[in-house]
Design a protein around this ligand. Structure first.
Ligand SMILES: Cc1cc2nc3c(=O)[nH]c(=O)nc-3n(C[C@H](O)[C@H](O)[C@H](O)COP(=O)(O)OP(=O)(O)OC[C@H]3O[C@@H](n4cnc5c(N)ncnc54)[C@H](O)[C@@H]3O)c2cc1C
Length: 181
């Protein structure tokens, strides 16, 4: 059965002149508004790239050139979704290298850098953020903003059982934080 088109006719000035429900039911749908599409009407082009790694995000502690470093990047199409849970994971590594109250630097002001910085701050670290670009000039600002924790996050070859368990824990932890907003 064909779905009825609902047309709301506004602006009727005369009392009692509203079209009957029957007339509305059978009114013809309005033709679509003509579109004017041409290159000179483009007002902006926004490009975002997904930081994809075949093996999934890198969350790893390392001593590098005398510095204590926690790598935290490569969340593919799932960065917003996994951010808070991933930041908690990164923070657990930070705790193996530094104590609350110590000064730490977070590099990057996208979804991952910001949530990492905030998570560390809430845990008592003295955080300073360094970034080449700031929102909205970051790829994170070009994202759709959906709950997509399994979007382009790793290749099948790397997503073994242990990997999947880690990913699930991260996604659940993140979901819990998102729900609290
Ligand atoms: C079109 C599109 C749609 C998406 N939709 C979703 C979605 O719906 N849901 C979802 O969960 N995810 C989505 N994603 C994925 C998500 O946006 C990314 O995973 C996430 O933005 C990555 O965040 P990031 O902080 O690692 O990177 P970025 O946002 O790129 O931030 C990197 C930061 O590092 C800084 N930086 C880089 N190089 C240097 C340097 N040399 N020195 C100092 N600072 C530096 C940059 O200036 C920036 O501040 C989408 C991605 C795209 C492209």
């Amino acid at each position: 059965m064909q779905r009825r088109q609902l047309i709301l006719a506004g602006g009727t000035a005369l009392a009692g002149a509203l079209p009957s429900a029957r007339a509305l039911d059978f009114a013809a749908p309005a033709p679509p508004a003509p579109m004017r599409v041409s290159a000179d009407r483009i007002v902006d082009i926004a490009v975002g790239i997904r930081p994809f790694r075949a093996q999934g995000p890198r969350i790893e502690a390392q001593r590098l050139f005398g510095k204590r470093v926690v790598h935290h990047y490569g969340h593919g199409g799932s960065g917003w979704s996994l951010s808070w849970g991933s930041a908690q994971r990164a923070l657990s590594l930070v705790r193996t290298l530094a104590r609350p109250g110590e000064r730490i630097a977070v590099i990057g002001a996208g979804a991952i850098g910001l949530t990492t910085a905030r998570t560390a701050q809430l845990a008592g670290f003295n955080v300073r953020l360094y970034s080449r670009d700031r929102p909205p000039q970051v790829h994170s600002s070009a994202a759709t903003g959906l709950w997509t924790p399994d979007s382009r996050i790793a290749t099948d070859a790397h997503a073994n059982e242990a990997w999947a368990a880690d990913w699930e824990a991260m996604a659940r932890a993140s979901f819990k934080v998102h729900q609290s907003f």
